[in-house]
Design a protein around this ligand. Structure first.
Ligand SMILES: Cc1ncc(COP(=O)(O)O)c(C=O)c1O
Length: 379
């Protein structure tokens, strides 16, 4: 059905992410899991947290998983476990959510940026070596929008220079690279479970995973004030525990993750078909990757005018990310200026993300893409 651009966005019940619609489909399972926790009174680090850690480790194929309070904390805990601190440099992308850089700076280290691949929006592996100095300790590739960074050349250059790799997998739970799930390549991977993620809790939640058991045990101590035994603090830690209530919500949802990721892939394919005749650049999917479309992100000519038009039609959309991290005041410590990472800066001016979630219907997709066609027919 073609619904051309009236003011129907609200009536269409369009959301950027439809967490309530998704909940309604699995309400009974979720409600009963939550009820059990409430009746047990074990709200912090209940046995369900350990069960979820095992399930996530099994799903990803890693040896060790530790729940924590957020994806941001996961990054901080990972870097603390690797001993990253003052005087160290950490290489990452400037085209990511603020948490990736924020945690580097919080620990007293310096973010060193490397520009992105214009097709995938992920860190360009060919540019990493030139950014390495004697102070470089680690590289944090971010699997942006649900597609893995190009891990083979990243791992090669890190092995050559003896650097640690922390995968920021916040946006890519379930994505894979050359047949292997992300989170299994680096020394540590960090996951965010905020409600909008492909596997989303009912609040803040995160996890760190690793194949290195010693590192896993260190991270398990760090998230509980650096202790194994209560009131015995062996190393510096933080308070970053995964709530039992969040763990049971995630446990139920994990069973649906593959199915939900497939639903997102189908919607992405449908968007592609419906938008082929328009001047936008569709998301590029590398042949090495299973993209799980955390976001469906286009490069759009006249992006800001398109965004204003969509807003008029009540069609949700977002710009991830309008200001690259090397141009953010808070991270002036990196010493960068406009023009340093032109591919990132161009992406920030051109990208726009459309609604993407598990409850999208053909009618939604038709309505959204008709509005985009209407915009380009008139502009
Ligand atoms: C790439 C990236 N890294 C880190 C985070 C931080 O995760 P959280 O919001 O759970 O702290 C997010 C998400 O919000 C993210 O998208």
């Amino acid at each position: 059905m073609t619904l051309s651009a009236g003011n129907y966005g609200f009536a269409m019940n369009l959301h950027m992410v439809d967490v309530v619609g998704q909940y309604k489909k699995i309400k009974q399972e979720i409600d009963s899991a939550i009820q059990k926790v409430v009746e047990s009174g074990q709200f912090i680090l209940g046995k369900e947290v350990g069960e979820l850690e095992c399930e996530v480790a099994g799903y990803l194929g890693v040896r060790y998983a530790v729940g924590c309070a957020s994806g941001t904390d996961a990054l901080q805990v990972a870097m603390m476990a690797l001993g990253i601190g003052a005087g160290d440099e950490v290489i990452t992308t400037p085209f990511t959510f603020v948490a990736t850089t924020e945690t580097i700076v919080l620990l007293g280290a310096k973010p060193v940026y490397v520009d992105i691949d214009p097709k995938t929006f992920n860190i360009d592996p060919a540019r990493i070596e030139a950014a390495i100095t004697p102070h470089t300790k680690a590289v944090i590739p971010v699997h942006l929008y649900g597609q893995s960074a190009d891990m083979d050349p990243i791992m090669d250059v890190c092995r050559k220079h003896n650097l640690k790799v922390i995968e920021d997998s916040a946006q890519a739970m379930g994505a894979s690279y050359k047949g292997k799930k992300v989170c299994t390549f680096g020394n540590i991977a960090c996951i965010s479970f905020i409600p909008s993620k492909n596997l989303g809790a009912f609040g803040d939640a995160g996890m760190v995973v690793t194949n290195d058991v010693a590192l896993g045990e260190r991270m398990r101590m760090i998230v509980v004030h650096g202790s194994k035994e209560k009131y015995h603090h062996e190393i510096l830690g933080v308070n970053s525990r995964l709530d039992t209530l969040q763990a049971v919500v995630l446990g139920v949802k994990l069973r649906y993750l593959e199915q939900w990721n497939s639903a997102r892939q189908l919607s992405a394919r449908r968007y592609d078909e419906l938008l082929t005749e328009t001047p936008v650049t569709l998301p590029y999917v590398s042949p090495a990757c299973q993209h799980i479309f955390h976001q469906y992100t286009l490069r759009a000519p006249k992006r800001d005018a398109l965004a204003a038009f969509l807003r008029l039609k009540n069609i949700p959309h977002a710009i991830y990310y309008p200001i690259p991290l090397h141009l953010q005041k808070a991270f002036a410590i990196a010493g960068n200026k406009k023009g340093d990472f032109p591919i990132t800066e161009q992406a920030a001016d051109e990208v726009i993300s459309l609604p993407m979630h598990t409850e999208l219907t053909d009618e939604h997709l038709g309505y959204i893409t008709d509005a985009i066609k209407d915009f380009y027919n008139a502009n």
